[in-house]
Ligand binder design. Structure first.
Ligand SMILES: [Ca+2]
Ligand SMILES: [Ca+2]
Length: 430
């Protein structure tokens, strides 16, 4: 006679106090080989919200109780080598007898009202109907463009996935489709159309796993298509047309020309000053790094790490919009011999408003640091003589506001009777 010792173990207690979040209780009953028991819960976007890998369960024939906080919606639940019961706020949603193989099912956490259905996505209308949340896309709500992906899969369709990344490699949309194949429906094809709202710009469609094909349409117009292959990358563009170009960067001017967005750096748009770092690499570009920090507050504003440059003896230009202040520019060379001239003739030139502020490249050791001033463009009057420099309230160091007479003391490079104060000893000479 076989004796089953049923011990109840409670792990992973969470307090569900987030808005609309249900107390989901999962009871998992292990079999004779608890080491093989694992489960995973993914939301309708394919994001894993409650994973439990191997080695979590070690008692045979034991019921473990796990708590998770799940917002209303549809979930995919995969479990291996176990029996299970899923409850939300005490109501049983799904259950299954012990099975020594892997099972995948879907279950829905019900909603109470539209508020509990809020998916934080401004492009969807969130409604609770018959206790089920729906999130219908309405791209006009968020000023984005109606983009659909039509997928036709065949035998591999049980695990079709794709991702859409923007030109900065940020993922903006994705789809995972897991079909339950436990009934052996390998021959079943399925077609599906998935809708997204994405902004104008260039995108990469990456599909991973599955067979079949896809068509991407923007406002109903086909922009890309292909076969599902492992790791296929396909570029496509969402035109701007009537939609606003907006890269969320206040320091760029966003313009739609011939249905293509351009984002031109414009530091004046955000009240800052154009500062560029021009740099020519030497024979070891990976050795070079630099950063810029505010000299007074020591706050780092630019950080370009080792490995950011990969082309030898090549000129790079990096543009930044910086606030008026004194800054420290520090360049690093992990080779310890500067970027000139032992191996290649590298250099750097930091420009403020297009004019060189500091430059160099031939330094010994691992680093060189120089300070420079970022200030607004000096306003000059159309007359022949130099006008007093218009100083911003935070500009430093302060420049003399009035012209000094010949022979008087002056600061080097300051205005001095229509010329620049040129003497090292600081006397005006015109
Ligand atoms: Ca929404
Ligand atoms: Ca912008």
């Amino acid at each position: 006679m076989k004796l089953f010792f049923l011990i109840i173990v409670i792990i992973g207690i969470q307090i569900c106090n987030a808005r609309g979040c249900a107390d989901a209780v999962l009871e998992v009953t292990t079999g004779n080989s608890p080491a093989w028991t694992w489960y995973s819960i993914s939301d309708s976007s394919g994001n894993e919200v409650a994973p439990a890998g191997y080695d979590r369960f070690d008692e045979p024939n034991t019921m473990y109780t796990m708590k998770h906080c799940l917002v209303p919606g549809e979930y995919t639940f995969t479990i291996n080598n176990s029996g299970y019961v899923i409850r939300a706020n005490g109501e049983e949603l799904a259950s299954g007898e012990y099975s020594n193989s892997m099972k995948t099912i879907t279950f829905t956490v019900p909603c109470d009202d539209a508020v509990s259905c809020d998916d934080s996505d401004p492009c969807t209308v969130d409604v609770c109907t018959d206790r089920v949340c729906t999130h219908a896309f309405d791209c006009s709500l968020c000023g984005r463009v109606d983009t659909t992906v039509e997928i036709t899969t065949d035998n591999g369709g049980f695990n079709a996935r794709y991702y859409i990344d923007d030109s900065k490699d940020n993922n903006v949309a994705s789809m995972h489709k897991n079909i339950d194949v436990s009934n052996g429906s390998f021959e079943a094809d399925f077609d599906t159309t998935v809708k997204h709202c994405i902004g104008p710009g260039d995108y990469t469609f990456r599909n991973i796993h599955g067979d079949g094909s896809y068509v991407i349409r923007v406002n109903g117009e086909e922009v890309a298509s292909g076969d599902f292959k492992d790791e296929e990358n396909k570029l496509f563009n969402v035109p701007c047309d009537d939609y606003n170009c907006d890269d969320s960067d206040p320091c760029t001017a966003d313009v739609c020309t011939d249905r293509v967005c351009t984002y031109t750096p414009d530091c004046s748009a955000c009240g800052r000053i154009n500062t560029s770092v021009e740099l020519k690499t030497d024979d070891h570009p990976g050795d070079t790094a630099y950063y810029i920090y505010d000299y007074s507050s020591k706050v780092e504003v630019v950080h370009v790490d080792h490995g950011s440059f990969d082309e030898r003896n090549t000129e790079y230009t990096m543009n930044y919009c910086l606030d008026t202040s004194d800054y420290m520019f520090k360049i690093l060379d992990s080779g310890g011999d500067g970027i000139c001239c032992e191996s290649g003739k590298g250099w750097y030139n930091v420009k403020v408003n297009g004019k060189s502020a500091i430059n160099g490249g031939k330094f010994t050791g691992y680093r060189e640091a120089k300070t420079f001033l970022v200030e607004p463009v000096k306003t000059e009057s159309p007359s022949v003589s130099y006008a007093p420099i218009t100083a911003s309230p935070t500009k430093k160091p302060t420049k003399p506001a009035e012209c000094s007479s010949k022979g008087e003391s002056c600061k080097k490079n300051a205005d001095c009777c229509g010329k620049r104060c040129i003497l090292q000893k600081g006397k005006c000479k015109t």
